[in-house]
Design a protein around this ligand. Sequence first.
Ligand SMILES: [Zn+2]
Length: 346
Amino acid sequence: MRRRAFLALPAALRAAPDPLVLGAYSSPKTFWERGGRLDEYGINAIFTGHRSIDEALLGRARKEGSRVFAEFPAWNGRDWLKQPENAASWPIDETGQRSPAQTWFQGICPTNEAFLRSRLAELEQLVTTRRVDGVWLDYLHWHAQFEDPRPGLPETCFNASCVERFRRETGVKVAGDAPRDWAADILKRRQTAWREWRCSVVVDFARRCRAVLAKHAPGMLLGNYQCAWRDDEHAGARRRVLGLDLPAMARVFDVLSPMVYHGRSGQPVGWVRRNVEWLSGRLRREAVKIWPIVQAHQAPAAEFEQAMRGGLAGRASGVMMFTLAAVAEDPEKMAVLQKLYRGLRA
Ligand SMILES: [Zn+2]
């Protein structure tokens, strides 16, 4: 009887699924300058660097029906490492040397507590001064470059901070007295424990960010821009080198946003759909939402449309493009975006 009663409920009284997140990444400045209105294009979510968010942006975006999410760099060490007093934060490679920048990206030693605390303090400052709808952690991985057809995948970090924490948290013994010796021993005998522990370091920092939100801004979503590689790409480097364990991360974040930048990764546009479908299957038992980010620049309008549709494959419940500014500069892409998003909202 109860089941029949439930089925008899009018459709409007049953739990409605959340509306699709029809997102756009980057400040809407160029888009607005060209005369665009977010609601006229069906956009309902803006994602942009946290430093570009001010009250004027928040006010106008909301007036045009958009939520606003702040991108927040987690482990980008470029500016921090320019200060000589932060030298202990350099990621150290298996030869005992500072691991250099990989093209434009410079990572960090992810157990350097001074660096981590500075990031958490900036996050606290952000969520207590800007009424954003959520924060998306970016660059949350061990030092490496994955946005490149030939990724830079160094082995790091073997400084005293990391090796001591590895020993303390796992109970594993590591032979030697210096980074080079520790690295040799770890890579020869302790790889499984080492790579698993590295994943836990990433998740631990995400939890600390989650605690900042819980304390100061409990309604905000916590999302993550992350490497979009499948397990079988680059010999498992997403977990092995970047330290990203998908199920573990799915339990900390509300939303995962794989960066399926096909062109920048030297992949055909079909890679977007393939990887979003793969991720949907990989995380089918997790509650985490999937809102991919796809490449809009350096791609013809038809390819941009294919990338956006691929981004909405599988169980993705949202999508966004990198960047809205690139779309705003191309009337053809503006037309594609408007048709796609308005069609999805209809
Ligand atoms: Zn380290």
